[in-house]
Design a protein around this ligand. Sequence first.
Ligand SMILES: N[C@@H](CCC(=O)NCCCC(=O)O)C(=O)O
Length: 266
Amino acid sequence: MGTWPRVGIPVDVKRIGDAAFHAVGEKYLAAVAHVTGALPLLLPALGRGEEGADLGGQFKPDDLLDGLDGLFLTGSHSNIEPRHWGESGDEPAADPQRDATTLPLVRSAIGRDLPVLAVCRGLQELNVALGGSLHRAVHTREGYDDHREDGARPRAERYGPAHPVTLTVDGLLQRITGAAELTVNSLHGQGVQRLGRGLVVEARAPDGLVEAVHLPGARFVVGVQWHPEWDAPTNPASRALFEAFGDAVRAYAADRKQLPQRMPEA
Ligand SMILES: N[C@@H](CCC(=O)NCCCC(=O)O)C(=O)O
């Protein structure tokens, strides 16, 4: 058994050329490995694929979580399909295989008190998995700002500072970062509408949009709408968040070694 705690990262399913690939952005792996201090393990998408994969027909979310000490939900250009929160309508930027994986996976992870850190789309998945809903286009809603990035700008500017967020007084994020306000990047068109069961707001944007949530009572379940992985090594608040996730993951790993291991269902 290795000494590194193990953090599962569900993939996106992307087309590269004319083929489907299961992939995770490297900046997420870097933050988990070098700041959290855990071994990042890519978790395949369980939804039925176009090239014969139907992993969900063979494996269950718990099969993906066995042996893990944490779950990290990344951002993605894709959007969660609105049917998952009871809304009709097509989603042109869908990743149904990712939805089919992360939404039950979040619930299974919370059920076993596994530490969860969620970023951008990951925050949205956490919220929807717990019965919440999303604004599908925040910038079209009265009173809300445009939280999308300017795709024409260089990448370093797209992930650069975009707006302030106010942290909930005496909240978990304020305790982790030691700050009352942060300046964060912003690369999302969707946003939290109805809060999922048990979640509390940990940060809001100037327009009132929820920018971070936490699940009280859980070992560590935190979601942020911005991208702390971008500057995790250098930004004190981003580093503190990934380090706090690491503390929770290492504590879980220590406890897990004491527990009898669950045998996969036959
Ligand atoms: N598609 C959702 C979530 C946006 C998001 O995760 N953006 C980051 C994509 C690139 C990256 O992983 O850094 C929305 O638009 O709200």
